[in-house]
Design a protein around this ligand. Structure first.
Ligand code: PMP
Length: 439
């Protein structure tokens, strides 16, 4: 497809046009590990699109399932109606979900999954006669999408500041408790995970536990730079939430579906939350879809709680859209057939780790983090101020036919889980060249 003559009308998400004043780079095709650009270059995709194309691009089983479903039935209302694939997908998701997370609510994106999860948490307490539990707690540097609740609990100040008070009663756990150090690096025990999690006790002390509905965290923060919690952190959050009757929500929009070398982050860290939000990998990026997993007890509360309190009207026109469900079922089959959900904890994950860390002596590098098949390279700020180095690395890498992601001084990568050693070699070779050439 030819490049349109005029590229001005489409307003890219957020302020991307304004920030970077770049002519958009147009992608016209995608297959397995590569994109094709409109000028005919094959670009190695080290980001799985936007952390979503976990099984690689253009997998025939998935695209054919979508085509077949589109021809058979384009749409079915999700209220009072259903269609077989919705139930089949829900069952398949429950099969791979952490034990006990046995009900699934479908949405159309990560942001909608987050809103849904927050509303479930508030409504759950209300049905149980604990309607005073309305406070929500996120974490600094957490990202939970762009809708109102997700923006409010999100820990990126810049994303909130244009909107005033989005929702009342929100706090954020600190991101670190170490002077001048990032506690979230590679899970080292000396970074004091328990101490950091104990900051939740301080918030509980400040507000009274009986006013707090839920804590929401990304088990590994993805879009703010692959921040891996110090050992014991998530366990301690779980303990504190249990002690005070607070629901724990894991936002697994990025970490779900094999990214960390396990089906979900809950498996990687041995901590089961009460609610999991997911999206992205559920359909391998092919059709928009999100999913919220809840524990049986939460589901049962809605089903068996006092009738007069159950007024939880929540759902989307496109919840469990047939095309998305078809894509989702085919995606789950692909993950299973190819062992993709655990591939990152095997040989290829180790290869990825070693390859990334071989860059520790490359110019500007101050930290390298990895888990499963995700990784980040943090570059040195200048006088404590973020630089444009990572963005410049992104531009140069793209010229060399490699797609990476950047946030501030951090380069983040999450290759499709079908990645092979030669792709990893290529990623590392190009990164070294690029890091050597940025100023
Ligand atoms: N939560 C997390 C952890 C995410 O990474 C994202 C998207 N990057 C979202 C929520 C929002 O998802 P979406 O963009 O599909 O709305």
């Amino acid at each position: 497809r030819a490049r349109p003559n005029d590229l001005r009308a489409f307003w890219m998400p957020f302020t991307a046009n304004r920030q970077f004043k770049q002519a958009p780079r147009l992608l016209v095709a995608a297959k397995d590990m590569h994109y094709t650009t409109d000028d005919g270059r094959m670009v190695l995709d080290a980001t799985s699109g936007l952390w979503c194309v976990n099984a690689g691009h253009g997998r025939p089983k998935i695209t054919q399932a979508i085509q077949q479903q589109a021809a058979e039935m384009d749409y079915a209302p999700p209220f009072q109606m259903g269609h077989p694939l919705a139930f089949e997908l829900a069952n398949r998701l429950v099969e791979i979900a952490p034990k006990g997370m046995d009900h699934v609510f479908f949405t159309n994106s990560g942001s909608e999954s987050v809103e849904t999860a927050l509303k479930i948490a508030l409504a759950y307490h209300r049905v149980r006669g604990e309607g005073a539990r309305t406070r929500l707690i996120g974490r600094e540097r957490g990202y939970h999408g762009v809708n109102f609740g997700g923006t409010a609990v999100g820990g990126i100040v810049g994303n909130r500041k244009m909107y005033g008070t989005l929702v009342g009663g929100v706090d954020h756990l600190p991101h670190t408790h170490l002077p001048d150090r990032n506690a979230f690096s590679r899970g080292e025990p000396e970074h004091g995970g328990e101490d950091l999690a104990n900051t939740l006790e301080r918030l509980v002390g400040l507000h009274d536990a009986s006013t707090i509905a839920a804590v929401i965290v990304e088990p590994v923060a993805g879009s703010t730079g692959v921040l891996i919690p110090p050992k014991g952190y998530l366990q301690r959050l779980r303990e504190i939430c249990d002690k005070h009757g607070i629901l724990l929500i894991f936002d697994e929009v990025i970490t779900g579906f094999g990214r960390l070398g396990t089906p979900f982050a809950a498996d990687a860290f041995g901590v089961t939350p009460d609610i999991i939000t997911a999206a992205k990998g559920v359909t391998n990026g092919a059709v928009p879809m999100g999913a919220v997993f809840v524990k049986k007890e939460i589901y049962d509360t809605f089903m068996t709680g006092p009738e007069h309190l159950i007024e939880f009207a929540h759902g989307y026109t496109y919840s469990a859209h047939p095309l998305a469900c078809a894509a989702g079922v085919a995606t789950m089959e692909t993950y299973k057939d190819e062992g993709l959900l655990t591939r990152g904890s095997g040989e290829i994950g180790k290869y990825w780790e070693d390859a990334l860390h071989s860059l520790k002596d490359a110019p500007h590098v101050i930290d390298i983090r990895n888990i499963g098949l995700v990784g980040a390279i943090e570059l040195e700020p200048i006088d404590g101020q973020p630089t444009k180095r990572a963005f410049s690395a992104f531009l140069k890498a793209f010229e060399k036919n490699l797609l990476i992601r950047t946030t501030g001084d951090i380069i983040a990568m999450s290759p499709p889980l079908i990645v092979e050693k030669e792709h990893i070699d290529q990623i590392v070779t190009i990164l070294r060249e690029v890091l050597t050439s940025v100023e």
